[in-house]
Ligand binder design. Structure first.
Ligand code: PAF
Length: 191
């Protein structure tokens, strides 16, 4: 019900051939439909409210891969202030319009919280040799564990060849690089 009303709201983008997927099963079946076509897969994780910085990452991902997934997911576990989470802008329609301006080939993955956090809405505890405790991490307790948790969930689900993160969030990029080294599968982290 929820899904079909969501889809009707986005019909104009879907009519243009864009893919908007709200669930893991749908994403996996979309990605497996390309299995016979060789090519690289790129992932650009975002929390939506897209701006030119995101779009330039998306353009880079499109130029380096045959297919690109842009995830739009406001990750609750990286907010240590619940008020900030409540206030975070939810702009999926505007985000779709911006992405459509870049390419109608993008696969947009916009799951619900329960779709990605199937058990508890909580972070894993990572060891980043203290990098998560300094600078921004010193003021936002648990923030980088939350970021790493969702990035690991997304990487595990999408299994991209390359994943793209803004260099503006320099500390986050270093944390994600450390995370990628700890994973059992290989992914290139591009800043
Ligand atoms: O940089 C962001 O927007 C977020 O921290 C990320 C990497 C999408 C994880 O939620």
């Amino acid at each position: 019900m929820q899904i079909s009303s969501n889809y009707s709201k986005f019909a104009r983008f879907l009519n243009l051939g864009m893919k908007l997927i709200f669930d893991k099963k749908g994403l996996q079946s979309c990605l497996s439909s390309y299995e016979d076509e060789p090519g690289m897969l790129g992932l650009v994780p975002t929390m939506g409210a897209l701006h030119e910085g995101h779009l330039s990452l998306v353009r880079q991902a499109l130029s380096e891969n045959s297919r690109v997934v842009v995830s739009i997911f406001i990750n609750p576990t990286q907010f240590n202030n619940p008020e900030d989470l409540k206030k975070y802008p939810k702009t999926l329609e505007a985000d779709m319009a911006l992405l459509e301006g870049v390419s109608d080939e993008i696969i947009v993955f916009a799951p619900t919280v329960s779709e990605l956090y199937t058990q508890n809405i909580s972070s894993k505890n990572y060891s980043f040799n203290g990098l998560d405790k300094v600078m921004e991490g010193a003021f936002r307790e648990g923030h980088f564990n939350g970021v790493a948790t969702i990035v690991e969930i997304l990487l595990d689900l999408v299994r991209p060849d390359r994943a793209y993160f803004g260099e503006k969030d320099f500390q986050q990029l270093q944390i994600v690089r450390k995370l990628a080294n700890q994973l059992t599968f290989k992914v290139n982290i591009i800043g």
